[in-house]
Design a protein around this ligand. Sequence first.
Ligand code: SF4
Length: 355
Amino acid sequence: MTSTQRSSSQSFSTLLLHWWDTHGRKDLPWQQNPTPYRVWISEIMLQQTQVTTVIPYYERFMNSFPTLQALAEAPIDQVLHHWTGLGYYARARNIAKTAQVCRTLHAGVLPQNAEALEALPGIGRSTAAAILSLACGQSAAILDGNVKRVLARRFGETEWPGKLAAQKRLWELSIQHTPKARCADYNQAMMDFGATFCTRSKPQCTACPFVSDCVAYTQNLVATIPGKKPKKAVPTFTVAMAIIRDQHQNLYLEQRPNEGIWGSLYSFPEYADLATLQSTYSNLPKSAEIKTSTVVTHKFTHRTLLITPVFLQLANDRPTIDAINGYWVKPHHALSQLGLPAPIKRLIQSLQDNP
Ligand code: SF4
């Protein structure tokens, strides 16, 4: 490291810590009693999700699963139910798996070294470093989305951070500027600074402690850093779903396979198209009422799903449907107890609102 880099490094962390002492958030739920378990759950929930959205989910989760032991013993359905609405459900399945692995291999606690943490399902390099620094008093560099944006702008990394070479350079910058002392405050400050100050669309450059050295600001590149991901067309998928109700207004739901989208969540029977759905249910009792409804659009990060809901109201018994592998449940039970994908939850809610 050159002397210029060293002095820049010292002043970056010093300036950032100074900013955090005055402006940083210190009352977030996971900052109170920051055990490895509590920090881990918050870090996983905060991936791809904003703080204000996470807080109520986090508090409900901690009330139900206050310890890693409680989480390891919980049925997966219960864990997924607490995740309903947060999206990216692989995160919930991974934390359940990790809790069980820790119970078996690590005496019921998260290990306190990077290698062992990174070997656990769903824990990457940055999450492991966040746990070690925020909860265990270790100095470890992090690199989440907010940190990437701050470092890329301040030090002029113009390439898309998803590119391997850019990511490598950002890790080097993060390691170079992470201090040995006050590392927990520094990492918290980096996340806060990116989330509240050096934001994606409205950074507060004129009030920024780095303004005179910031490459993005001084070279008028703030709007173009971080570099954008090369655009690919977002594919669209269509499915038809059978929303079946019996004469007591129970709904028919199936648990999806563990792998694939919405793994282990509950959903309506799904068919490749309307014709396949209709032929599957062609032998329903004559008293059944069949209604096709407006297409529901659900956007994932990499694709768009168009769902055609078909409502099947059974007036009598349900012999045909009982042959299928699924469950009959009351809508309120599904909404309060089961892990549901967001559009399925909305469809069930709409049934409750307009029975
Ligand atoms: S000057 Fe603007 S772009 Fe640069 S670090 Fe500060 S807030 Fe971010």
